[in-house]
Design a protein around this ligand. Structure first.
Ligand code: CU
Length: 174
């Protein structure tokens, strides 16, 4: 009798698009009030905000991505305090091959993802959240592995407000 015939098999697979799988992405965004330092010092959280024209960009983050050449998500909140609609046209970074604007939605019980090729509208007086399970930036061709705590420069180009460079804070997975 050969007991060794029952050797376990380990299948290692790499799913480069895991960043877009809803099951692997519990919501990372916490309300600003959860930050105790922000309540202690008024305005202390402005360091995480970037203003360009009528727009305020906050909570910009990405996920730890240990594989060079892989993909990852970009999350943020964009608030438009102006009287005119604006639109996020494109994003880019020297640390990335390219960036797409993606939308995830349920269709026939399946999570699907599509690129918004006409950009992302930012309505006047409104707020658009890019967050796990919904809108996100797709960071494509990450040149160096992204480790938690690091920041990643990202240029955003808006139709009316123009271009601005923000920093995505890399957060741990899960
Ligand atoms: Cu995506």
């Amino acid at each position: 009798m050969n007991l060794r015939s029952l050797l376990p098999m380990i299948i290692a697979s790499t799913v480069l698009l895991a960043a877009c799988k809803p099951s692997s992405a519990p919501p990372a965004a916490a309300p600003a009030s959860a930050d105790a330092s922000a309540t202690a010092a008024p305005g202390a959280d402005t360091a995480t905000e970037t203003r360009i024209g009528a727009l305020v960009i906050s909570d910009a983050s990405s996920r730890e991505t240990p594989i060079a050449g892989g993909t990852g998500p970009g999350f943020m909140t964009i608030r438009n305090s102006g009287a005119d609609d604006d639109r996020l046209l494109a994003a880019s970074s020297p640390a990335l091959a390219s960036v797409e604007i993606h939308e995830m939605s349920m269709a026939d019980g399946q999570m699907t993802m599509r690129a918004l090729t006409d950009g992302l509208p930012i309505p006047a007086g409104g707020e658009v959240r890019l967050a796990p399970g919904g809108l996100h930036l797709m960071l494509i061709g990450i040149r160096e592995p992204l480790m938690a705590g690091q920041t990643l420069p990202l240029e955003l180009r808006f139709e009316k407000a123009g271009a601005v460079t923000i920093e995505l804070t890399v957060r741990p997975r899960g």
